[in-house]
Design a protein around this ligand. Sequence first.
Ligand SMILES: *Cc1c(COP(=O)(O)O)cnc(C)c1O
Length: 463
Amino acid sequence: MSRSAHPAGPRHADVMTEGHYTAPPADLNALDAKVWARTVTRDEDGAVTVGGIEVTRLAEEFGTPAYFLDESDFRARCRAWADAFGRDADVFYAGKAFLSRAVVRWLKEEGLNLDVCSGGELTCALDAGMPAERIAFHGNNKTVEEIERAVTVGVGRIVLDSFQEIARVAHIAQQLGKRQRVQIRVTVGVEAHTHEFIATAHEDQKFGIALAGGQAAEAVRRALTLDGLELIGIHSHIGSQIFDMAGFEVSARRVVQLLAEVRDEHGVELPEIDLGGGLGIAYTSEDDPREPHEIAKALGDIVTRECEAAGLATPRISVEPGRAIVGPTAFTLYEVGTIKPLEGLRTYVSVDGGMSDNIRTALYDAEYSVVLASRTSDAEPMLVRVVGKHCESGDIVVKDAFLPSDLAPGDLIAVPATGAYCRSMASNYNHALRPPVVAVRDGEARVIVRRETEEDLLRLDVG
Ligand SMILES: *Cc1c(COP(=O)(O)O)cnc(C)c1O
């Protein structure tokens, strides 16, 4: 993480924090459009609203903590990606960011494809009616049962991740009398995170088959000889929360080089390349993500240029945004329970959720912002850390933020940009009940994933 810290304002200059320290925003009541779903605003009473509904009403009806997802924003982002990439490319939504049957239906209606990486995600996708040919199956250790099911239902592609899997999928497909469309996932020696990318020595991780040392070329050689497989292309995914296109540039160049080698050796031009996902979103006002049309143009230009240089026809491109579609569309609403000012340090604000509904801060040192959502306030800013109710001091939702100093128990606060990797990574730690996801659209709110109940917990515990 290379985000630079802003100098502290004079009132807070003596405050030392281990996190990133930012000066208070000019207006604590303002909602920075960058980090909020498109329909989020404040009404005349000062309450935050989404899809025209005040959070105070939403909290009454659905309780807290809860995720509120702006359906029209989700659909608009799907369309923006589909339009940006056009007819000569395919957009696969990465289901692991957040998947539910409602989401699958929206994707289907908006013309997107879907990445899954487990039998559970595949079941959800098929149950909600996603055509199998629009599904890609990923993962570094798919079980035999998962592969059998994927091949049987006829998923559009399986992305092969190891030499064993090449043989395994080929064998299963052959036994089932099928020829499965596959891509080979390669590691291009590039790893990108946020504002940095590193272009050496990143073969040291579990995914894919290294281009280095001719391993990927060997994988292609094997796949081309196996009757059960139809090799349609090469896949690469270089990281997450990426803002800098330089990593994709190196990745695309190396993948195209492999296509040229394959043509030279086998006389085969593989028709597709998949450049993965990982496009960054704004979690705080300091992040500046690119728009889908800029990303599509940048990637298209890179691939076209590299293919021209290699004398190859431009392959069909696919991309796999997860976070960039769902991340900005939802926020988490919490109720403030206790407020503990620590003299000379900061004020700890405890909410009714925590690491069970947002593990990203603890897991990745992720940054989030927060606002007082049930009302506005003109009180002075106070430096806060928003923490959960779990038995863990690392149970932090927002490391450093400013909230009005008249904050009181019972106030509702909202953390934006929690649509991706929050509900999907939620846990039952401390027997917490995982929060619902409520879709809001045009003045109507409906639960798409309901809140867990204590009965749900006991049902799994068979005594
Ligand atoms: C996780 C993942 C994605 C999506 O990543 P985002 O950061 O959500 O865009 C896409 N493709 C693959 C193979 C992944 O593992």
